[in-house]
Design a protein around this ligand. Sequence first.
Ligand code: RIB
Ligand code: CA
Length: 315
Amino acid sequence: MKKVIIDCDPGHDDAIALLLASRADNIKILGVTTVAGNSEVYNTTRNARKVLDYADVFDVPVYRGCEKPLMRNLYRLTGAIIHGEDGLGGPSIPDPVTPIEKEHAVDYIIRTLKESDEKITLIPTGPLTNIAMALTKAPEIKAKIDKIIIMGGAIMDAGNITSAAEFNMYVDPEAAKIVFASGCNIYLNTLDVSMKAVFYEEDIERLRLQGDKVSVIVAQLLDFFADTHVKHFNFRACPVHDALCVGILIDESIIEYQKTFVDISVNDPLTMGETVADLWGITGNEPNCHISVKVDREKFVNMIINHMRKPYIKK
Ligand code: RIB
Ligand code: CA
């Protein structure tokens, strides 16, 4: 059983990542922490709670995290456009019934890692603010981190905020710089793979036809997400970026990786948030992460569809 903490900013694809992890036989979600990103942290926290409650996942606690990036104001332009005003536009999901925990997300991450007698995998699918804060406040937690599986960045393909930068890295580049310099075992799933592992209309219809409440609501989330992608990216398909980070824990064969050195641009306004990979080893820096280089779309899509119809079983 892989024990994980998912740090997220729901967000349509974050929501599907939460649902996939909750249905995975080999994953125990110890807790969910939220961060400002796709929407304000009030919204991302409420969205995480209501998606989990909707899917009968009442026993997984949600902890509210940082209100803004480490050094900058929260970038608001695209979040609402892509994910809706409250961060989870589209289907009507009932209000959450389970309370949000009182402990701050950063303190929860530090405490849980320190108290754990085995290593834990962190799965950040939003800006890396909480993770950077935890590693800065308590660097010793690194010894308890098995992997950090990050959604973010773009290496050979273009970014989605500027041509250089992907959203999560753009929102809090300083936090990303701290995490990539931490020495932790990092797996970085970038747009290079997430924009290939997409749901087409027929895949969304397969979900809808399953007819159970979770499959139907995920189809409706993807309907909304696909519409915004068509409108703003002229891209007739729907990426589920964040769920790939959970997917590789279920079946590691869905993504191939290459070890390399990556650093984040923070000082140049033009390239701010760019994930720069030293693909030829010219910087003399040791590799600090595994970057995603290839993805099996069919396996990933089938994994999500097959897991969504499964009932939640407490682990
Ligand atoms: O660029 C894609 C990432 O930004 C995803 O995590 C999505 O949820 C948004 O946060
Ligand atoms: Ca996200």
